[in-house]
Design a binder for this molecule. Sequence first.
Ligand code: PGA
Length: 251
Amino acid sequence: MTKKYIIANWKLKLSLSESEKLARAAVKKIPKKLVSKEIILCPSFTALPAVQKIIKKSLLKLGAQNAFWEDRGAFTGEISGLLLKELGVEYAILGHSERRQYLNETDEMIHLKIKSVINEGLTPILCVGETFDQRKEGSKDYIIRQQITTALEGLTPSLSQKIIVAYEPVWVIGSGQAVEPKEAEYTHQVIKQALIDLFASSLVLKNFPIIYGGSVDAANAGEFLKQETIHGILVGSASLQADEFAKIAQS
Ligand code: PGA
């Protein structure tokens, strides 16, 4: 896998005008020739059309922070892959730990969401990771394998369909203290093995980029991206400053 993914998760942190301002700054500060990187901005739903307009002629891509598992129907308040695609969205973050924690998203729900966005031709970014307690009791690898298996088992992605898996240790998110790249690399091997148990290994090697997220900033991004098994990074807080994010993108 040659391309590295740099994904900005803006969470629920910016107003519409702040999102527009940050998107404009990102387009200006990120060099146009970064062809070895796929750089994806994931603003709030309400800012998607405006951000899409701003990044349209740049190399930046658009992602959403969630998607529902049905295209249409009596599902008040939900947004589907079908509607996101209409806005030019190409990626969807699914199963982020904040949604698992605050909205009780389960691996089964995440499975349905992945299936649905794949049908629309979007690329899911499946987030997995252990809590501090799970890590302390030594069940980290088991938890991660289980998250992967329930979310992806039974899916039949096409040969061109990519599914990104983001390893995000829950206790590290927003803490300012990332795990050591070597540790992330070890967990990426665990994830890769779990994927190989579900899909042909040739497909896993080609179509399942495994990325790291959790307190990535301009100071540590390079270390993560240097590891062969780490195919990119998911960036929260540090993606909210254009200069910092541009540095990360160039790491
Ligand atoms: P963080 O967030 O970079 O602020 O730790 C990452 C994420 O939640 O995806």
